[in-house]
Design a protein around this ligand. Sequence first.
Ligand SMILES: C[S@@+](CC[C@H](N)C(=O)[O-])C[C@H]1O[C@@H](n2cnc3c(N)ncnc32)[C@H](O)[C@@H]1O
Length: 328
Amino acid sequence: MTTAIDYEYWTTDAHTGETIPQSSSPARIADMVALADIEPGMRVLEIGTGTGYTAAVLAEKVGASGYVVSVDVDQELVTRAADLHKKSGNTHVEIHHADGTTGRENGAPYDRIIGWTTPHVLPEPWVRQSAHRAVIVTPVKIADIANAHAVIRCRIEHGKPAEASAQPGSFIEMTPEPVTDFGQPLRYVDSIVTTEAGERAWISISGHSVPPEQADAITRQLAAAEPQPEWIDPACWREFTAYMLGTLSDGTPISASTGTGQGFGFTTSDSAVLVLRDGSVAACGTAAALATLRGIRDAWERAGQPGYDAATVAFTAADDGWRPSLRY
Ligand SMILES: C[S@@+](CC[C@H](N)C(=O)[O-])C[C@H]1O[C@@H](n2cnc3c(N)ncnc32)[C@H](O)[C@@H]1O
């Protein structure tokens, strides 16, 4: 998709001349907006105004007969974006300072909701504020561990998400306050240690009930392990790790950083594995987790290396929304 909206105009900080760190890449934005199938006249709720660029793209798509409501937790960004929209004559865009997990009641129902920041579940207010057969496109967690994100597209029917699909994609986590450190996951981390090489290593263990000293020990052991190379093709890392998280029946999902590499894996009672982005595997403890991982990789290969497009997105009702998971 090409757009006439000037990316530099929206994303350059007038004071520093630098690109505002919250800016997403224009190609990623174009993909997400295309997924949302926005038509003239629609009412769109945007979560995560950032620079205001995406609201400008959405405003162009809905045209003068449509409307865009956009919210962000960062008051400074909201003020800046609202000012730029005013200067651009976008009278059909309104921008509010708010925590987007509650959506924006005043303006509902929406034909489309598009998120640029990752909630831990598909928030119930978004579903409630959707018109019948509305489409939501948003990153969301696919497991309760740091960085386990996918972009989902779902249609809302009879007050529930339906007809959902997933694709790879990761955006910063939703937080109740603005953040400036985008380098580390902020939530879901069970242990952070400094390795002997002086690197920061961390682990996030599904369920978050492992005692801290045990979480520290696994983090240290994974960081110290010599990674076993060429477990999978790094080009397939996202697809394989999504499949692993979606099919794992014997182990507890983890995401972790060894200080030099990040990945997803799982723990058993006496072992752990981590599939790193370069396709190698760090392992510790007995050989149990490695054996399970080998079985998952064999099944994935036999199934033709299914990617996100082969996954079914299932939603489970949670207290504050709908928890998606990928099933194969
Ligand atoms: C990737 S940036 C958005 C990029 C933006 N769409 C643009 O065009 O520049 C994610 C934004 O989500 C915002 N955010 C994070 N948590 C939020 C929350 N709970 N509610 C609303 N916005 C939130 C951040 O402040 C940040 O501006």
